[in-house]
Design a protein around this ligand. Structure first.
Ligand code: SF4
Ligand code: SF4
Length: 415
């Protein structure tokens, strides 16, 4: 049974502006219809593709196929002017299913599916274009045609040890939404309230707490989270050695997803990355820039205050976090295998990484909207990047939450 599609209760806008960014580094997995369509297009007879591999196996032992990449990570079908060759030769409907659906995303819940935007697309990150409701009809048609609309899914865990029915799960998620949408506080404060709430909830023994008792507990935890957050903003403490190292290594994983990062799958790049891991773990001296055109900086310089960012500059980040919270995307992380507290912790950690990256990307000049859009794209890409959704990252995020470090990192980098 497929569920009805529904838009978020807060607006989102988008139109494709043909920048071609989504065709770089994307893994375009092909379904049977895509494979048949590609075969019927006879690319092997085309002079530009005669000796080119256009398909590769997705994974070492996988039976599925994806589109091949060039050395720089761009799709084999992307032309020099960034347009899609399949689209150019055969029209929009001839493109693989994934490409026609992007950057819209479905998030199945109990009785409906949220349709929202992936913000790796700069137009989506900037909310540039028509309201999403104008795309919904076409999207629904595409989704139904390909049988891609999911059915009901089980709720994610509340905490690491506790799973509850959807009703109670949504009650907890609703508390986190309220923190995130509370406009009387700046973004960092809203996220820290959510983090403190998650930390306290993880400490509770929830086994016998159901129904009205759970509601009562959530009200108490909500008030306690606001109180716990206050001292963190009175005196902002720099990351300790214990938290600084994992934080820098996480930031390094994210940097590889920055839209200005030009990767090449070569042995030289792999060796440079290993060397960078060592330098980031030490956290001393110059910060390696790889192929990023960022101003030279030392690790110490990246701890300096960034200064207050205007409402306009912060907007793409605010929209990213608000929409992630309302859509429950953070909770449905990895198909719902992460708990709500783990998903929210990973989401909130993204703000510290984003602000650290802005220090690095902008050097002494103040960040502009375009810089913030790039870090939003980076955060969004992280949501499906194996090192940032795998067991190691889950373990690191848990440890930083339990040790009260996530809120401290957020307060520190939001100076
Ligand atoms: S990244 Fe967005 S705007 Fe750019 S081509 Fe892809 S969908 Fe279009
Ligand atoms: S097939 Fe076309 S739209 Fe899809 S990733 Fe490749 S170039 Fe982009």
């Amino acid at each position: 049974m497929s569920l009805p599609l529904k838009l978020l209760p807060i607006p989102e806008c988008w139109d494709c502006h043909n920048c071609g960014i989504c065709c770089r580094g994307a893994s375009v997995i092909l379904n049977d219809t895509d494979l048949k369509r590609l075969r019927d297009q006879h690319w092997e007879k085309h002079p530009d593709f005669r000796r080119k591999r256009i398909l590769v196996r997705a994974g070492l032992l996988g039976r599925r196929y994806r589109l091949a990449h060039r050395r720089d990570g761009t799709c084999v079908f992307q032309d020099a002017d960034k347009l899609c060759r399949i689209h150019r030769e055969f029209g929009y409907v001839a493109k693989p299913h994934v490409c026609r659906m992007a950057p819209l995303q479905m998030i199945p819940l109990e009785s409906f599916v949220y349709v929202t935007l992936r913000r790796y697309c700069p137009s989506a990150a900037a909310d540039r274009g028509r309201p999403l409701k104008e795309h919904l009809h076409e999207y629904r048609r595409l989704a139904l045609e390909s049988g891609a609309v999911p059915g009901p899914v089980p709720p994610p865990k509340l905490t690491r040890r506790c799973r509850r029915p959807w009703k109670e799960t949504l009650e907890v998620a609703e508390t986190l939404h309220q923190f995130l949408l509370d406009e009387q506080y700046p973004l960092v404060r809203r996220l820290v309230h959510g983090l403190e709430f998650c930390r306290l909830l993880e400490r509770c023994r929830l086994r016998k707490i159901h129904g009205p008792r759970l509601t009562e507990l959530l009200v108490m935890l909500r008030a306690a989270a606001l109180e716990e957050a206050k001292p963190l903003f009175h005196e902002r403490v720099p990351p300790s050695r214990r938290s600084g190292r994992p934080f820098r290594l996480i930031a390094l994983e994210y940097l590889r997803l920055h839209p200005d990062f030009l990767s090449e799958s070569s042995w030289g790049d792999r060796v440079r990355m290993l060397h960078a891991l060592w330098i980031y773990a030490r956290g001393k001296g110059r910060v390696p820039c790889f192929r990023l055109d960022f101003p030279p900086a030392s690790f110490t310089e990246l701890e300096r205050p960034l200064g207050a960012l205007t409402e306009e500059v912060m907007q793409p980040l605010i929209r990213y976090f608000e929409r992630s919270a309302v859509s429950l995307r953070y909770a449905m992380f990895k198909g719902g295998r992460w708990s709500i507290t783990e998903g929210f912790s990973a989401l909130a950690l993204g703000l510290s990484v984003a602000l650290w990256t802005l220090r690095f990307a902008c050097g002494p000049r103040p960040p502009e909207v375009a810089d913030v859009i790039k870090v939003v794209m980076m955060l969004d890409r992280g949501e499906t990047y194996a090192p940032l959704v795998g067991t190691l990252h889950r373990w690191r995020t848990r440890w930083l939450l339990d040790d009260h470090q996530l809120s401290r990192l957020a307060a520190w980098y939001a100076r």
